[in-house]
Design a binder for this molecule. Structure first.
Ligand SMILES: [Zn+2]
Length: 328
């Protein structure tokens, strides 16, 4: 009876906590909306790796999730960052302050931004205004360099004997890694194996789309990273947006074709000046609404726009950055 009560209570206070089997958990970071931004845990023999952290506002959810599993913050050995975009890494420094035994792992290109996040924070304040930056992300807590493990291609860390393997994963960002869990042959893919919201699941399965957030979208590198995961024939991939996907080959094939369509849209607008971001966004919207409906999603334009709004804007801006990079 006590266990039952405890479980119900946990579900009330921890958004989206789910067990995917073999010690893999997901919870909702609370960023933006429900089922938008996931935090994953690997639990092995009472030791924990937290994969992506959400923002500073997500820290209490992680601590509550651990508590519901009978664990304290001292059980965390690793805080693993797929990359240093703020919906993934924004809460890392704040979470680390609660976890005396934890080290933070990240791509070597991300280290300086986490040790001294002032540049990253200034950039966010410029894009969103300081008020919105504070409202959405809280702030960034610097991470002591001595508590960082850099994870270039092939690096491994041991979680209570469960080996965790890192791959370099360019295409979405140059500071992005894939995390491979050989025990389950699963990958934690951050933003590099696309975005798939559970709201758009249909009888045909999940709808997925590529993320090309500014400013390091590299189509060929992104396709190579996706293909590499597919070749490993994983049991599942865990996307930060959002959680577990089992149909890895179908999703990967779809992404590969779609990235070519992004590039086609980009080149259609290569010579247009001011206003091209919105024109690109319009083409992306037309394409994605058609894809989603072809996939059996039965929603109005307004409903689809609400779900995809942030990504349509970010992807359009990322395609403008890509075009600017071709000119440079
Ligand atoms: Zn990202």
């Amino acid at each position: 009876m006590h266990t039952h009560h405890h479980h119900r209570e946990a579900q009330e206070v921890i958004p989206g906590l789910r067990h995917f089997g073999q010690g893999i958990y997901g919870l909702d970071s609370g960023y933006t909306r429900d089922e938008f931004d996931a935090i994953h845990l690997i639990v092995e023999k009472g030791r924990v790796a937290v994969i992506d952290t959400g923002t500073q506002y997500s820290v209490p959810f992680v601590l509550k999730a651990l508590k519901s599993l009978g664990l304290g913050p001292e059980a965390v050995d690793f805080i693993i960052l797929t990359h240093v975009h703020l919906d993934h890494a924004g809460g890392a420094g704040a979470l680390l302050q609660h976890c005396p035994n934890a080290q933070v792992t990240l791509h070597p290109r991300g280290t300086r931004h986490m040790v001294d996040p002032s540049k990253l924070w200034d950039a966010v304040c410029q894009v969103y205004t300081p008020e919105v930056a504070h409202r959405d992300y809280g702030g960034l807590t610097p991470i002591d360099r001595a508590r960082i493990i850099e994870t270039p291609e092939g690096q491994t860390v041991p979680l209570a004997g469960r080996e965790i393997v890192f791959w370099d994963a360019p295409g979405h960002a140059k500071h992005h890694v894939f995390i491979h869990d050989p025990k389950t042959n699963s990958f934690f893919t951050g933003d590099t194996f696309g975005i798939s919201y559970r709201e758009l699941d249909t009888a045909q399965g999940p709808y997925i789309f590529a993320s090309c957030t500014p400013s390091q979208f590299e189509p060929e590198a992104l396709k190579a990273s996706i293909t590499r995961v597919m070749r490993s024939n994983p049991r599942a991939v865990y996307l930060t947006h959002y959680a577990e996907l089992r149909t890895v080959q179908e999703a990967g094939d779809f992404l590969l074709g779609q990235i070519d369509r992004y590039v086609e849209i980009a080149h259609r607008h290569a010579d247009k000046g001011a206003g091209r971001a919105r024109a690109i966004e319009n083409d992306l919207q037309t394409m994605m609404f058609a894809e989603a409906r072809g996939h059996g999603v039965d929603m109005s334009d307004a409903q689809l726009r609400t779900i995809l709004d942030i990504d349509l804007r970010l992807n359009a801006d990322g395609i403008v950055c890509y075009l600017d990079g071709l000119k440079a």
